[in-house]
Write a protein of this length. Structure first.
Length: 400
């Protein structure tokens, strides 16, 4: 078998942990598998590097950020290779470039365009365990790029897809995917299986146990994906096709996204084309706009609200100042988005009402709402975020 194993920040957070990971990897190799390992930076390392950059500038150049941030993963990949070799298991560490991972040119959130499978295969054929530094690639111009926060998951899935691996295991600090973040709701239950689509929603709505784009890629390339803990041998959660899951609950999970900020443009001129100008500008700046709300206009003006990731708020502010589309713009980063997800919602009515009822009973005001076939999202004041998660988890009886 060809197995890809990815280890997240906490899993390689100390030298002792790297040693533990080396043992686990060596077991997979010793039982006859070809093994590719993808590693994150040691936990806290990427944040530390970001804070170093922000010491000098609130809007550091994204090219330089990639040079900086990609270094964390190179440290762990080489340490793990050294640890494995010392245990008698030949291993080579590779940067994204050396592993043949080509991306587009959008620094700090580059997309993988191709992977030259020969780069890794050559080393596997030589009998080596291959350790790839996650979260990074190289642009057409040969510049180092990174894949967005949490991007080592994507590296692992993309490599598993490109090399037709039999299995891609994402090792982290929880046993698998739970009905909600077990750090917020200790009564959360581990799911044995979850569909790609539900996982995609949960991830994009804040459940960072898997990075959104890694799930997208796994679905597209049909990668056998499992998340499990690197701290024990418990069975993890399989992320799989919907038809492989017998019974679909109406709601399968609750997610909380704290990386949210709301922007409100007041007294925008109410004429055709104005929304296009605003959102074109944001798209050009590669800013991810999420919910959008426009009020019914009067006096020839209207109010327009939308949300963006909190870490893109400064760039949003700069963009709004440039186009100057309204008299006043308000920025509020004291909000979070809480969501319920479930494919069973497609065939049930009244699911959203239960969510609204539940939050109103807790005295929580809904500032924005958006729904799709399989999710309901609500923007609320940040201080109620965790309370809302627990209340919704109870309301849909997810602990049962
Ligand atoms: P890694 O460093 O291994 O990539 P992350 O911190 O990115 O790990 O993701 C794991 C964390 O995701 C867990 O510690 C947990 O707090 C959080 N999490 C959020 N939602 C969920 C969920 N539904 N199921 C499991 N973990 C979740
Ligand atoms: N080290 C990067 C981050 O913290 C990538 C990853 O851990 O997946 O976002
Ligand atoms: Mg992660």
């Amino acid at each position: 078998m060809l197995v890809v194993q990815k280890y997240g920040g906490t899993s390689v957070g100390t030298l002792e942990r790297i040693e533990e990971v080396a043992k686990r990897v060596s077991k997979a190799k010793a039982s006859g598998n070809d093994v590719i390992v993808v590693v994150s930076a040691m936990s806290g390392e990427t944040n530390k590097l970001v804070s170093y950059a922000e010491h000098f500038s609130k809007t550091p150049q994204s090219r330089e950020m990639d040079m900086l941030l990609s270094s964390g993963e190179r440290v762990t990949s080489s340490l793990l290779a050294i640890a494995l070799s010392a245990m008698g298991f030949p291993a080579v560490a590779m940067s994204g470039r050396q592993a043949g991972i080509k991306t587009d040119k959008f620094h700090t959130k580059a997309r993988i365009e191709s992977i030259d499978r020969l780069c890794i295969e050559k080393e596997l054929n030589g009998g080596n365990i291959v350790i790839v530094a996650g979260f990074q690639g190289v642009t057409e111009l040969g510049e180092v790029s990174t894949l967005g926060r949490g991007g080592s998951d994507l590296s692992a899935v993309a490599i598993a897809g490109a090399l037709d691996a039999d299995l891609c295991e994402i090792y982290t600090d929880v046993d698998g995917v739970y009905t909600t973040d077990p750090r917020i709701e200790p009564k959360a239950k581990k799911l044995d299986k979850i569909s790609y689509d539900e996982m995609l929603e949960l991830a994009s709505l804040g459940a960072k146990v898997l990075q959104t784009r890694s799930v997208e890629m796994a679905k597209k390339l049909n990668v056998n994906l499992v998340t499990r803990s690197s701290f024990n041998d418990n069975e993890g959660t399989m992320i799989t096709k919907e038809e492989n899951i017998m019974e679909q609950p109406v709601v399968s999970g609750v997610a909380l996204d704290k990386n949210q900020a709301r922007v409100t443009l007041r007294k925008v001129v109410d004429k055709p084309g104005i929304a296009a100008i605003i959102f074109r500008k944001l798209a050009d700046e590669n800013i991810n706009v999420d919910m959008i709300i426009q009020n019914v206009g009067h006096d020839g003006t209207t109010n327009l609200g939308f949300t963006v990731p909190q870490n893109e708020l400064e760039r949003t502010r700069a963009a709004m100042e440039e186009i100057n589309a309204s008299q006043t713009v308000e920025y509020d980063s004291d909000v979070v988005k809480v969501s319920i997800v479930g494919v069973g919602m497609k065939s049930h009515s009244g699911v959203a009402c239960t969510a609204f009822d539940t939050l109103s009973k807790e005295g929580i005001n809904l500032e924005m709402i958006s729904t799709s076939e399989i999710k309901v999202s609500m923007v609320i004041a940040a201080k109620y975020g965790e309370l809302a998660v627990r209340a919704l988890h109870d309301a849909y009886e997810l602990d049962k």
